[in-house]
Design a protein around this ligand. Sequence first.
Ligand SMILES: Cc1ncc(C[n+]2csc(CCOP(=O)(O)OP(=O)(O)O)c2C)c(N)n1
Length: 264
Amino acid sequence: MQELDIIDEHEGLSLVCEKPDTLKDARMHYCPGCGHGVAHRIIMEAVAELGIQEKTIGVAPVGCSVFAYHYMNIDMQEAAHGRATAVATGIKRVLPDQYVFTYQGDGDLAAIGTAETIHTVNRGENIMIVFINNAIYGMTGGQMAPTTLFGQKTSTSPYGRAQEFNGYPLRITEMLAMLPGAFYVTRQAVNTPGNVRKAKKAILNGFKYQELKKGTSFIEIVSNCPTNWGLTPVKSNEWLVENMLPAYPLGDIKLPSKEDLIHA
Ligand SMILES: Cc1ncc(C[n+]2csc(CCOP(=O)(O)OP(=O)(O)O)c2C)c(N)n1
């Protein structure tokens, strides 16, 4: 009998990147090209690298990332729309040695949960808030968000957002940086490999700063929504660079000083 000649497609290849245990095997429901999956991944890579899987509690929002708990292999709690930072406050106060973070879209954090967000940061709660800004309400059909840009067409601003009707795009991250309870505030993006790396570094810092117990870490991640922007994934990343980044420039907005980084 002749032996079957099996071709090993992996022969000669070495593993350079693998899925961390902190991400479940579940298949994500996100649209092709959506930034949520990348953002989930870097948060979970950070948890794996810091070795804090058993000590991390995430709070999921309402919006496209409502099922974040299906993907993140850590303890998680779902919060009612906009209430993630209030829920995280309760968790952190009861379990101060756990690493606690929220994961929220712009509709959730900067519209429905504005009050909770501002007061959580103003109290200097010792948590990390990850804010995914895709300038639209993704899950519900592309309605205008507070972060929608001037001229941007959405299902509730079909002629484009206009200042006289809709006010200004809300730069809530800059606003929150003014509050004394804000310890670390930064704006990142996940549109290129370099930016993904920088965003992950910010997440790593946001987790580590919780050990200092000195205030809130707030990390905005400028992201895309190819489906509701009506663009292909590639075009959506181009649109993000041309339109989102001028309105929401990347970089650190509030950094801890050298003294701030000393344990109390
Ligand atoms: C109190 C309340 N108001 C409105 C809704 C409907 N709703 C569910 S998701 C959503 C938009 C979420 O958008 P965003 O936070 O930007 O997240 P994305 O889906 O873009 O990731 C809205 C308005 C709701 N579930 N509860």
